[in-house]
Design a protein. Structure first.
Length: 327
C-alpha cells in the first residue's frame, strides 16, 4: 500500500526536553527524534506538558511554563519541525517536509483554579488539553481515585466550556470513570482519549466497551497506547498484542474512531526505571519507538484492514477532528 500519514496522539517530548536542556543539551528534536519520526512517516505529534508529581500542586504552574518554554526554545533550534495551531498548519508543514508538533497538556494542575491561565497557555499555542494524569486535581479525578471519586467538579465544567470557546481539543486520558462520564454529559464537541487500551488489557486505564461507544457517539477518537511494564497490571508485550487492541476497538466502534497514541518512552526509559522501579518498564517488542510505526501499518494490512481504514487509524481521523474542533 502507499505511504500513509501518521499522527501520534501522545508523546512526552516536552518534559524530557526540559530535563535535557537543564543539563545543557540543545536541538533535542533534531538530534534524538527526527530520524525516528522520518522513518516512521510521522506527520504530526501531540506533545503535552506533563508536570512531574514532585511539583504538584503548588509548583505545577511554574514547572508547566518551564516545560513549555523548553519545547518552544527547542523548536526555534529545529528547522525540521513547527508548532501547529490548526489543521492547515499540519498540511502546510507536510508539504514543506516538516513535522508538526501540537502543544497539549496532561494534567489540569498547570492552570490552578484560573481560567485566565488556561487562556495564557492557549496564547502559547496550547491546542489539546488533557485534564488528568493519575492524581486528583481541581477539575476531576484520575485513576488514583477510582474508589473515592468526586467526579467532574464545577471548575472542571467551567474549563470544558472555556476549552470549547477557545476551540481546544479535550483529552480524557487517565480520567477515572465518574469524571469521564461527567465530561461526556456536558461536552458538545468531539473528544479524544489520546492514549489508552481496550479491555483486552489488564490496566485500570483500559476503556470499557461502553466508554469506547460513548467516544464514538461523540464522533471522537480513542488512541491506543504501546505500554509494557512487564507486570500483571499492564502487559502489552509485542506488536501483535498492540494491534490486537486496535483491531478490538475498530470492531467495536469502527476504524473511524481509532487512532495511534503509543506513548513511546524509549528516550527516557532509564528515568522511568529509576523513578518507578516497581513498574519494571520494558519496550513493546516490534514497536519500540517511532521508527517502528510502519510495522503497525503492515500488521493491520495483514489482518485484512482496508487501505482506507488504515489511513483513518494512522492519522486521517485526527486531521478530521482537529479541523472540526480547532479549525
Amino acid at each position: 500500500m502507499k505511504p500513509v500519514r501518521i499522527v501520534d496522539l501522545h508523546a512526552d517530548f516536552p518534559m524530557d526536553m526540559a530535563r535535557r536542556r537543564a543539563k545543557g543539551e540543545h536541538q533535542i528534536l533534531e538530534r534524538l527524534h527526527l530520524a525516528k519520526l522520518r522513518k516512521g512517516n510521522v506527520t504530526a505529534v501531540i506533545v503535552p506538558i506533563w508536570v512531574e508529581s514532585a511539583y504538584k500542586p503548588d509548583h505545577a504552574l511554574k514547572r508547566g511554563l518551564h516545560i513549555a518554554d523548553a519545547l518552544l526554545q527547542d523548536l526555534e533550534e529545529s528547522p525540521s519541525f513547527q508548532l501547529a495551531l490548526n489543521h492547515q498548519d499540519i498540511l502546510d508543514a507536510e508539504r514543506e517536509g516538516k513535522i508538526s508538533l501540537i502543544l497539549g497538556a496532561e494534567g489540569g494542575e498547570i492552570i490552578e483554579d484560573d481560567l485566565g491561565l488556561l487562556r495564557d497557555y492557549h496564547r502559547l499555542g496550547l491546542r489539546c488539553f488533557g485534564f488528568m494524569w493519575n492524581q486528583r486535581n481541581l477539575l476531576a479525578d484520575g485513576w488514583d481515585h477510582v474508589k473515592d471519586e468526586r467526579g467532574l467538579t464545577d471548575f472542571g465544567r467551567q474549563v470544558i466550556g472555556e476549552l470549547e470557546r477557545l476551540r481546544v481539543v479535550v483529552d480524557l486520558a487517565h480520567m477515572a470513570p465518574k469524571s469521564f462520564w461527567g465530561v461526556m454529559d456536558v461536552a458538545t464537541r468531539p473528544l479524544i482519549v489520546s492514549h489508552t487500551a481496550t479491555t483486552r488489557h489488564k490496566s485500570l486505564r483500559a476503556m470499557t466497551d461502553d466508554q469506547l461507544k460513548a467516544i464514538a457517539n461523540n464522533k471522537g477518537i480513542v488512541g491506543i497506547f504501546a505500554v509494557n511494564t512487564g507486570t500483571d497490571v499492564v502487559t502489552m508485550p509485542d506488536l501483535q498484542s498492540y494491534c490486537d487492541h486496535i483491531e478490538y476497538a475498530a470492531k467495536k466502534i469502527g476504524a473511524e474512531h481509532v487512532g495511534l497514541g503509543p506513548d513511546f518512552y524509549d528516550y527516557f526509559l532509564e528515568d522511568l526505571k529509576t523513578e518507578y522501579p516497581s513498574e519494571n518498564f520494558q519496550l513493546v517488542k516490534g514497536i519500540e519507538d517511532h521508527s517502528k510505526l510502519g510495522a503497525v501499518i503492515h500488521e493491520l494490512s495483514k489482518r485484512g484492514f482496508s487501505d482506507e481504514d488504515i489511513g483513518l487509524i494512522a492519522g486521517e481521523n485526527f486531521i478530521r477532528l482537529f479541523r472540526e474542533v480547532v479549525g
